[in-house]
Design a protein around this ligand. Structure first.
Ligand code: HEM
Ligand code: HEM
Ligand SMILES: [Fe+2]
Length: 458
């Protein structure tokens, strides 16, 4: 029970980098959590705005590392051949980490662009572009030269490719705030509510094929439906960010309608995953990987679909925009959809990469449940704080900073919940290290069938 292709080992180093940066993201989360309680002792070294930019950029950074690791793991297998170039993959990892670390160090010295999520200075953007092109070239050539191609592999690659394209609108320089904001959403919104959903769908399809034993044809048929709903709602759904930024008025209507339709894609994904798992009968021994996969499908619906809907209508968004209500939704959506799918693929891949079957260890269940209960509780704490903020600041008309003071007690709840969450993630990381280093691949199977019989093989 190991990997089939030697080059899949590359994934291990991407996963390792991802979880280490994830733990650093959590540290910055705590710095902000305490600052919100009134304990801002680090203010002179790491002011709140720096901590916030580092926290959110680390999030995007480790998720991208996780997606890349997943691609290096999945694409050789789906293409039934070794990766095009292993050295290139390592060069790409090291340079990507270097750019990330330089950017994050710069934030601590006030070298940044003050645009939420896109703080990275323009010159470094170009290095990111070269890096991503290298990644797309390497995985693309693997697919191009492959004896077969699968829908799952193509959807995953298509998602990664379009994510790269959509990075570019964020690099245009505007001297008007509205235009800058307008195109910033092409990156931020069209990533998480568009092309990243393809990445998530591709990874989820792969995991379902492997873990449920259901025929690939059935699982992939539904993947097309999900891709369809995603684009139908998500593209014009960008309008839910254009309500009050100075864009034309028709966006109130367009954003309201299409934004409200967006949860359907997440609902479809949740129903799809649950139905497949039920039908499959659960004979795969790696139950933890199935927990993360189904957990991802359900929590993404709750965090992105349900809590996204909660503030997508213009009548609601005019009150909640840019408050802690947004942070409430941002946490559970990112966690459910993208963090959980990355932790899911890692949980699936580790026994194969290292040849060790540790998935029955209670540590895996502890990590899954504590992290999830912790994150739900964090979301609740943000929700209560957010609703209070909207009421005091925007209904009563209290001063912004006075309201922040009123909210201090809510952040005790947040920090407690976050501690539970952090223990769950710590258990995940300990388990990762217990697996040890990757081992050599076993001889690949002869080129062959795409049918469901492959499913229970590894
Ligand atoms: C996994 C998918 C999603 C993720 C990761 C996500 C994450 C986020 C984040 C981080 C923000 C804050 C962005 C910023 O201010 O720069 C945000 C804003 C927003 N999201 Fe989502 N979201 C997702 C899906 C959805 C869906 C499906 C809906 C609608 C049903 C939605 C509705 C909104 C709205 C209306 C805002 C604007 C909030 C404001 O005005 O402050 N999101 N989302
Ligand atoms: C120990 C755990 C964590 C703590 C204590 C924490 C705390 C915070 C705080 C206090 C903020 C700033 C809210 C504000 O603007 O006032 C924030 C922002 C944010 N965090 Fe976390 N966080 C944690 C983990 C995470 C995780 C695991 C994710 C993603 C999976 C995440 C995603 C985000 C996002 C997307 C934002 C920006 C939200 C927005 O646009 O309003 N955080 N976090
Ligand atoms: Fe959006």
């Amino acid at each position: 029970m190991t990997i089939k292709f030697e080059s899949q080992k590359v994934a291990y180093w991407f996963f390792l980098s991802a979880i280490l940066l994830f733990s650093l993201q959590i540290v910055y989360g705590f710095i902000m959590g305490f600052a919100h309680m009134g304990y801002d002792g680090l203010h002179n070294f790491i002011p709140f705005n720096t901590a916030r930019a580092v926290h959110t950029n680390l999030l995007v950074f480790w998720l991208l590392l996780g997606f890349m690791g997943a691609a290096y793991f999945i694409i050789p297998e789906e293409s039934d051949r070794e990766l095009y170039s292993v050295p290139l993959a390592y060069i790409q990892l090291v340079t990507f980490l270097a750019v990330g670390v330089i950017a994050l160090a710069g934030y601590h010295m006030n070298i940044w662009e003050g645009r939420k999520f896109l703080e990275i200075p323009r010159p470094l953007d170009y290095l990111v572009v070269v890096n991503i092109l290298t990644f797309l070239f390497n995985t693309g050539m693997t697919i191009w030269k492959a004896p077969r191609f699968s829908t799952t592999g193509i959807v995953l690659y298509g998602g990664l490719f379009s994510a790269a394209l959509l990075y570019l609108p964020g690099m245009i320089t505007f001297d008007h705030q509205t235009l800058d904001s307008y195109f910033r959403w092409w990156v931020v919104h069209l990533w998480v509510e568009g092309v990243w959903e393809l990445i998530m769908g591709g990874m989820l399809a792969y995991l379902l094929i492997k873990l449920t034993g259901i025929d690939r044809e059935i699982i992939e048929k539904w993947l097309y439906v999900i891709v369809g709903i995603t684009f139908l709602s998500g593209i014009l759904g960008t309008g839910h960010h254009y309500y009050y930024i100075g864009a034309p008025k028709y966006w109130l209507m367009v954003g309201g309608i299409f934004g409200a339709l967006e949860p359907l894609a997440f609902l479809a994904m949740a129903l799809w995953a649950l139905a497949m798992a039920r039908k499959g009968g659960g004979s795969h021994p790696n139950k933890s990987a199935l927990s993360w996969s189904l957990g991802c499908a359900v929590m993404s619906f709750v965090g992105a679909g349900f809590l996204g809907f909660a503030h997508t209508l213009p009548q609601v968004n005019m009150w909640t925009h840019g408050t802690l209500v947004t942070a409430m939704h941002g946490h559970l959506a990112f966690w459910g959809a993208y963090a959980m799918i990355v932790l899911g693929i890692i949980t699936y891949a580790m026994p194969l990469l290292t040849g060790r079957k540790l998935y029955e260890s209670p540590m895996e269940q502890v990590s899954f449940w504590m992290a999830n209960i912790g994150m739900v509780a964090m979301t609740a704490a943000f929700a209560v704080a957010g609703i209070t903020q909207v009421y005091l600041e925007r209904k009563v008309g209290m001063d912004f900073l006075l309201v922040q003071k009123e909210l201090h007690p809510h952040f005790l709840g947040l920090v407690l919940a976050a501690s539970l969450f952090a223990v769950g993630i710590l258990a995940f990381i300990i388990q990762f290290f217990r697996y040890g280093l990757p081992v050599a691949a076993t001889k690949p199977k002869p080129h062959g069938s795409l049918s469901g019989s492959e499913a229970l093989n590894p």
